[in-house]
Ligand binder design. Sequence first.
Ligand SMILES: NC(=O)c1ccc[n+]([C@@H]2O[C@H](COP(=O)([O-])OP(=O)(O)OC[C@H]3O[C@@H](n4cnc5c(N)ncnc54)[C@H](O)[C@@H]3O)[C@@H](O)[C@H]2O)c1
Length: 248
Amino acid sequence: MKKNIIVTGGAQGIGKIVSTTLIKEGYTVSVLEIDQEAIDELREEHSSDDMAFYQCNISKENDVKTALSKSMEQFGNISGLINNAAINNNKPVTELTLDEWNQVIGVNLTGSFLCAKYATPFLQKTNGSIINLCSTRAFQSEADTEAYSASKGGIFAFTHALAVSLGPEVRVNCISPGWIDVSGVKKKSKAQQYKPTDEDHMQHPAGRIGKANDIARMILFLLNPENSFITGQNFVIDGGMTRKMIYV
Ligand SMILES: NC(=O)c1ccc[n+]([C@@H]2O[C@H](COP(=O)([O-])OP(=O)(O)OC[C@H]3O[C@@H](n4cnc5c(N)ncnc54)[C@H](O)[C@@H]3O)[C@@H](O)[C@H]2O)c1
């Protein structure tokens, strides 16, 4: 039986490349995604019996429970959970409403909790692995990003807490991407036009902005059971940006 991996927000952006990479590497993938248009586009572009789509809002408990039980029914196991779906709402803190704050925390942090809670009994049976998408914004900030940054700081702590609770059966790690260009992997109606400049690339010690593949490769590494001594960790993939002094 192929190993089945849950990818939240798996129809666009980094999640889309993670989903399609996992299929190429012989996994089955269950995409939990809120955006039906993005689901339809990926299904058309990448039809495979090994990929199933569950339209679902990960901040809603019943949606998560239903999607995970359907995924179990379809593929017979859950061997990995990639908590990737997230939103942001960047505006001055004095203008950010309580509803907007709760929405960001609800998707990014509570949604990851709900998926972990309901996937854990299945992951314990397969010695599976959870990988949470954190962000370098958990550790450094631009102005007006309080809700997103706080949600990602929560993901960092949630990761090590969960690793201690679920070991040794289930490993839990997080990845903190820096600037990853996802403009080419959005649904057509949201395809962003911004083309990174030479300056954007060259400010990175690695000489370039990140690609979704940079994250997908780390996910493959962390899912690999041979790497069973790695848990509770955060992996920064940012082309070196968080190691750079930027005083002007
Ligand atoms: N792209 C970057 O530069 C970058 C940097 C740091 C961290 N990250 C993190 O990586 C992950 C992916 O980022 P991305 O840039 O690919 O984002 P994206 O916006 O391109 O994709 C996110 C996906 O999640 C889905 N989604 C949103 N809310 C959902 C919900 N409630 N339920 C189910 N699905 C939902 C969206 O429809 C979308 O398909 C996120 O956790 C993000 O915080 C990205």
